[in-house]
Design a protein around this ligand. Structure first.
Ligand code: G4P
Length: 536
């Protein structure tokens, strides 16, 4: 399916070929949570709607953070959801919907091979969708589009499709078309399988029936759909087949086309079709970039990288779980893997596998699989694990924060705890921390203001330290880079008041204004000031 050799030397199929590791990207409220749940239901991973986690809005609202903490087992477990259907293993990676948590989201997208883009039929492409789409495009991640909520009044399908083509410069290939919309909604038509998808429970029911047809003009449809709606539908499909591309799996996998499924997550319309598209056409694990060139998933030796770390999953034990994406080989529980950054081996005795709400020990994993490795801080985002090899996976970004604040500690006896808390939460990517060369207050950097509230409440709840934030006089943070170490050191020496060190002891320039940054760049041509940095 993905064009790779289908078998191993012994003639058996490469297990990674049956893996589909993907994420859902969307703007808040488009229906990502609902769709996730319905995908899990369709995949048999849960047996009841509403079982997955709090609704998207609840998850995002800051006042509900403490409640979320209590439900942490559930919310964290859903960072990755694995389920199987028809011999395919689906690994669905959750991306936090709020733009404030974008860093975490970007990193998660480095661990997937494809994505579903959910669009609200009434709203079209929204800001966050566009941002996430651009990340996918940068990484050539192929996208299937799900135009959600067609059971509600929305925009005309052509308007939505044209908007995708224009705003994303991506040809669309509609594969499932709505029969009516909103008050005239009469199910969907699967243009590939030639099936009319409806509900036996009547107009407001969930999708549970697929009727085979010879095509959109099949006379059997006349008995199912009122004439005026059917006639509109047939006109639309005829027009669409003229105006849009026909689905081509290779074009989709190359990121040059997006198949479009219209549907209703709430009522399970189009969900099976999405799963089938992923199973049949989404890429299996692709080669991952490394400093030794792309690492082929069919390689025998195990390799993996950490794309996310979650601290304090169990507050009583202060544990951390590193989420690891396998890129090659056959991992078995108990294996010793090389931790390339430290050069030390680590024994992976308790790898966790995530099955909807449950976690269990896993005995094995293949390329494309994601497991959690409990550890005490050894594993960090960006780390590579190998079977005795020395290369490093590349391309995990760290972004300069847009908001900088000084941390004020209410109880000065708790400096140590504060340090620990900030380091742990920085590890997760919730915040970045900077230690100024001059002065003792830590500086935290975040992408959006909501993160500050979350940070304060988590520091209080998990580390029993009360903090507040004060404005810092800095406009931005920029990593200092130079091919000439002496030039970088000179810059640091001359600008001590505006220099801090990040967690990796890399020097960071904190200009107070745009002008300061330009001035520094002019006066120090050998030094560059970077807004994005690759995690090393
Ligand atoms: P998110 O994770 O992308 O933020 O979205 P979420 O699934 O939470 O859905 C946002 C709202 O849209 C929810 O309504 C949800 O029920 C609704 N929704 C999702 N899919 C569909 C659909 O296919 N059709 C219709 N009509 N609505 C849909 P809510 O009012 O915020 O929550 P609730 O009261 O329904 O739980």
């Amino acid at each position: 399916m993905s064009g790779e050799a289908a078998t191993r030397p012994d003639g058996t199929a490469h297990p990674h070929l049956s893996r589909r590791t993907f994420a859902i990207i969307s703007h808040p409220d488009a229906g990502k949570t609902t769709l996730t749940e319905k995908l899990l239901l369709a995949g048999g991973a849960i047996s009841m709607a509403g079982a997955v986690r709090a609704k998207g809005e609840t998850r995002r609202a800051k006042s509900d953070w403490m409640e979320i903490e209590q439900n942490r087992g559930i919310s964290v477990t859903s960072s990755v959801m694995t389920f199987e259907r028809d011999g395919i293993t689906f690994n669905l990676l959750d991306t936090p919907g709020h733009s404030d948590f974008s860093e975490d989201t970007y990193r998660t997208l480095t661990a997937v091979d494809s994505a579903i883009m959910v669009i609200d039929a009434a709203k079209g492409i929204e800001a966050q969708t566009l941002k996430l789409f651009e990340i996918c495009r940068l990484r050539d991640i192929p996208i299937i589009t799900f135009v959600n909520k067609v059971d509600r009044e929305g925009r005309d399908p052509f308007e939505v499709l044209d908007e995708i083509e224009e705003k994303l410069a991506l040809p669309v290939a509609p594969v499932v078309w709505p029969v009516g919309q909103g008050s005239t909604f009469h199910g969907l038509f699967d243009l590939q399988a030639n099936e009319h998808l409806t509900s036996a429970q009547g107009r407001n029911g969930a999708c549970d029936t697929a009727r085979a047809m010879s095509g959109p003009n099949d006379a059997a449809l006349d008995a199912q759909v009122p004439a005026a709606i059917l006639s509109d539908f047939r006109d639309q499909v005829a027009l669409a087949s003229e105006g849009y591309a026909t689905f081509d799996a290779a074009e989709y996998r190359a990121g040059h086309m997006t198949p479009v499924v219209f549907g209703s997550a709430l009522r399970s319309f189009g969900v099976d079709q999405l799963l089938s598209l992923i199973a049949s056409h989404a890429p299996s694990p692709r080669p991952q970039p490394s400093d030794a060139g792309p690492i082929d998933p069919a390689r025998e030796k195990v390799s993996a990288f950490v794309f996310k770390v979650q601290a304090n999953m169990d507050p009583k034990h202060r544990d951390r779980v590193a989420f690891v994406r396998f890129c090659s080989g056959h991992f078995r529980r108990g294996m010793k893997l090389d931790h390339v950054r430290s050069g030390k081996p680590i024994a992976v005795a308790n790898p966790i596998y995530f099955f909807a709400q449950e976690r269990a020990l896993t005995e094995e994993a293949f390329a494309g699989d994601v497991i959690g490795i409990p550890n005490h801080g050894t594993l960090r985002v960006g780390d590579t694990l190998t079977e005795g090899e020395r290369f490093r996976f590349t391309g995990l970004p760290s972004f300069a924060p847009e908001i900088l604040r000084r941390v004020r500690l209410e109880d000065s006896m708790k400096v140590k705890q504060l340090r620990r808390a900030l380091e742990d939460l920085a590890e997760e990517g919730l915040t970045q921390v900077f230690r100024p060369v001059v002065g003792s207050n830590w500086i935290v950097g975040v992408v959006g203001p909501l993160q500050l509230d979350v940070l304060a409440s988590r520091v209080a709840a998990e580390y029993k330290v009360e903090v507040s934030f004060e404005p810092a006089p800095y406009a931005m943070a920029r990593w200092i880079r130079s091919d000439d170490p002496a030039a970088a050191a000179k810059f640091v020496r001359e600008n001590k008041l505006d220099i801090a060190f990040d967690r990796d002891e890399s020097p960071v320039f904190l200009p107070r204004t745009e002008w300061d940054l330009r001035h520094a760049a002019t006066n120090h041509p050998d030094v560059t000031f970077e807004a994005v940095r690759e995690i090393v």
